[in-house]
Design a protein around this ligand. Structure first.
Ligand code: SAM
Length: 356
């Protein structure tokens, strides 16, 4: 498939939720979260072109493999292991003799993925840390890699679970930490951030067109009552955009399938809470020191602020002779692939290669 494929004309319909007898909890809303009650349901949802709730479909897998070019005997570092989707595609390519080093700062997800990748256990080495510490991980793992992959942001499992606080669609605690063992939650950040800093973050980290208005509404809402739940934040953003929760829901019911008004705000705050740009800068800085001769780095980013950093780091690396070649344009998902995995829509892949 190529970018020239026709854009699909039929709207992708959202899979109806399981309503049961008025379920209130996330775990009861989708049959696939109860596979013991509904055997075969996960496979069935996949066959219908949907993403089962609580699972993650890896993005641009063929393109990642083409750029990363993993070969038998190589050592590859996956900085964002997630559900292990990309790792599962890389592992068979580096065997026999190769090894995959996986990092994820979400310890619970890392352990679930360790179990999923059990058949490859002997070729796997996992680290529950931020990839901001990539140089320490490298020091423990022999010092260098043939390939490095980073698929930035959060996984579908993290986004779908309201208890994590990433979702503007369901109510939950305003947490948003990928690593729940440490750091400030979104609730704490929102309790103290200045209106000016918030407006700046909304523009820089999420291209929010109404940044000043949204920041003002959030600061106004917190002065009346501390923001503790995701829906407290959603209500504040909606008010800046002229909606209430009820009027926005009515609009969705009438068929508005556009971006949720709070989506950009949630993205910006998630990036702040997790220090995502700082971690990315540290990875981009360290990569040329950690790649072996001929080594490749591939980064999948999901918003312009991230992509700009990757593009500049690779371009400067090429000019400075650190890299031998870099991608000229970012690689994007095809319309067909995006239709079956909407989260691919904003993905941009860039790569760089060391001299041999
Ligand atoms: C988009 S998902 C990766 C999905 C994975 N490529 C797959 O195919 O299943 C991003 C994952 O990276 C993790 N992550 C994001 N930033 C990180 C960081 N700075 N350090 C370590 N893990 C990080 C998140 O916890 C999440 O599990």
């Amino acid at each position: 498939m190529t970018m020239d494929d026709p854009v699909p004309t039929t709207e992708r319909k959202r899979r109806p939720r399981y309503s049961g007898t008025h379920p209130h909890r996330f775990g009861e809303k989708y049959k696939e979260l109860q596979p013991e009650r509904y055997p075969g349901i996960v496979e069935h949802v996949r066959q219908q072109g949907g993403t089962p709730a609580g699972t993650h479909v890896p993005i641009l897998v063929a393109e990642v493999l083409a750029a990363l070019d993993p070969k038998p005997g190589e050592v590859v570092l996956d900085c964002t292991l997630g559900a292990g989707g990309h790792a599962s595609a890389i592992l068979p390519k580096i065997l026999p003799g190769g090894r995959l080093v996986g990092i994820d700062r979400d310890v619970a997800e890392l352990e679930r993925t360790r179990a999923r990748l059990e058949p490859f256990a002997e070729s796997l080495s996992l680290h529950p840390v931020s990839f901001a510490w990539v140089e320490s991980v490298a020091a423990e793992e022999g010092g260098s890699f043939d390939g490095i992959l980073a698929d930035l942001g959060v996984s579908s499992m993290q986004l779908d679970d309201p208890e994590r606080g990433f979702s503007y669609k369901e109510d939950g605690p305003l947490d948003m930490r990928m690593d729940r063992s440490t750091g400030r939650t979104a609730q704490h950040l929102l309790a103290s951030i200045s209106e000016e800093a918030l407006a700046g973050a909304l523009t820089e980290l999420a291209d929010e067109p109404d940044a000043a208005k949204v920041a003002k509404a959030i600061v106004g809402a917190r002065a009346r009552k501390p923001l503790q739940r995701t829906l407290d934040l959603v209500r504040a953003v909606l008010s800046a955009k002229g909606y209430t929760l009820a009027t926005w829901k009515a609009r969705v019911k009438e068929g508005d399938t556009g971006l949720h008004p709070a989506a950009r705000t949630f993205q910006a705050i998630r990036i702040l809470v997790n220090g995502e740009l700082d971690a990315l800068d540290r990875l981009l800085d360290a990569a040329p020191r950690l790649l072996r001769p001929g080594g490749r780095i591939v980064i999948l980013s999901f918003h312009s602020g991230e992509d700009r950093r990757v593009k500049i780091a690779f371009r400067d690396g090429l000019r400075g002779g650190l890299y031998e070649a870099v991608s000229e344009e970012s690689v994007r998902s095809t319309p067909t692939a995006t239709r079956s995995n909407p989260r691919a829509a904003s993905a941009r892949l860039r790569w760089a290669r060391m001299p041999a």
